[in-house]
Design a protein around this ligand. Structure first.
Ligand code: KG4
Ligand code: ZN
Length: 345
């Protein structure tokens, strides 16, 4: 079965073709980062308009790369939520129009489920069950994953998401959008001893996170500076920020492994691309003998492959999940707990 996947929840248009027998056949992505950069963040209306422009050319590219034609597709999966309403509507309308035109079943996929399952696209995927840390621009959650559609929430952020903390702190340092990769690169040049920033909720004895105080700590350091920040000042602050957030994320992952008794950890979402976080988790894994799995870097941030894959896995378990009802709706706010099979606990 060949599943076409469409991702358009935020500022990336992702299209992919996944074959349940042969694996990922092709994927193509257009990032709108350059377009939104001038505004310091995503402009929803511009995002929607750009998705409209990109979707079909990217689909053509995928079909060409995979040497397929539209009639080879068996089902269509699109991101139904959560995300920006207008951006989601573009993906949903493209998916449903294609479904109607080609007489194909269509399936709405939860964006976070795509992220959660993205490490399974790797050549050496983790077996179930595992603990997953989902760290993106909009979410920070620890989940227990027992199988496709079997997700139990262990803990989550009570305020900002980890990616949001990266982006907001980067903005305070005058770095571009999105700030995660920039602040991470700058941190490598910083002195770890200059700023000891707070590690919020490190000892909270639960698996929840809080990052808004960390961003405020960055703001306080920036404001206290007597003169304009030098490049070294910025690097030192970046280092203080990255060390703090990585410490908290690592400690909570270890606590989740301990609480569940599991020995496999999966990192998903854009912040999973962060190299300092990976180094810290790898060091902890070597010391404590658990295994840590990451999606390929290109599948950490938003992409169509994870949506095609999540759709395909869902259809393999329940072919009736896809329907020929093309009256679509999107779910900009959609807790994973309310998605089809729901949470275990
Ligand atoms: O998963 P994603 O592409 O989109 C959402 O669903 O939100 O995640 C985007 C987030 C942004 O906040 C971005 O700054 C962050 O992931 N990010 C990073 C890195 N690459 C992307 N944060 C830290 N280090 C990185 N290397
Ligand atoms: Zn995402």
């Amino acid at each position: 079965m060949i599943v076409l996947g469409l991702e358009s929840s935020c500022d990336e248009t992702g299209i992919a073709l996944y074959d349940t027998e042969r694996g990922l056949l092709a994927h193509a992505l257009h990032s709108q980062v350059a377009m939104h950069e001038a505004y310091g963040g995503v402009v929803p209306e511009l995002a929607s308009r750009d998705h409209i422009r990109r979707a079909i050319p990217l689909l053509d590219q995928c079909l060409q790369d995979a040497s397929l034609v539209c009639s080879d597709i068996d089902a269509i999966a699109y991101t139904q939520g959560p995300g920006l309403a207008g951006a989601l509507l573009v993906g949903a309308s493209v998916a449903c129009s294609l479904g109607l035109a080609l007489d194909l079943p269509v399936l709405g996929v939860h964006h976070l489920e795509g992220h959660l399952l993205s490490p399974l696209l790797s050549p050496n995927p983790p077996e179930f069950p595992f603990v997953a840390l989902l760290v993106s621009g909009g979410h920070t959650q620890l989940m227990r994953v027992d199988g496709v559609g079997r997700y139990a929430l262990l803990g989550e952020t009570v305020d900002d998401a980890a990616g949001e903390a990266f982006d907001k702190s980067a903005k305070l340092l005058g770095l571009g959008y999105p700030g995660g990769p920039a602040i991470s690169a700058l941190a490598n040049l910083g002195n770890p001893a200059t700023h000891q920033l707070p590690r919020p909720m490190l000892h909270s004895k639960d698996l929840n996170f809080s990052f808004s105080g960390l961003k405020t700590a960055v703001l306080t350091v920036v404001k206290k500076h007597p003169q304009a920040l030098s490049e070294q000042d910025k690097a030192d602050i970046a280092r203080g920020f990255v060390d703090a957030i990585v410490d908290v994320l690592t400690a909570k992952c270890l606590a989740a492994l301990k609480q569940t008794g599991l020995q496999r950890l999966v990192i998903a979402g854009g912040v999973g691309a962060n190299l300092q976080l990976r180094a810290s988790l790898n060091a902890a894994a070597a010391k404590r003998r658990f295994k840590v799995f990451y999606p390929a870097l290109e599948f950490c941030t938003d992409n169509g492959a994870m949506i095609a894959f999540a759709g395909a896995r869902q259809l393999m378990e329940n072919p009736a999940a896809a329907v020929r009802d093309y009256a679509f709706n999107v779910k900009p706010r959609w807790p994973l707990s309310e998605c089809r099979s729901g949470l275990l606990a």
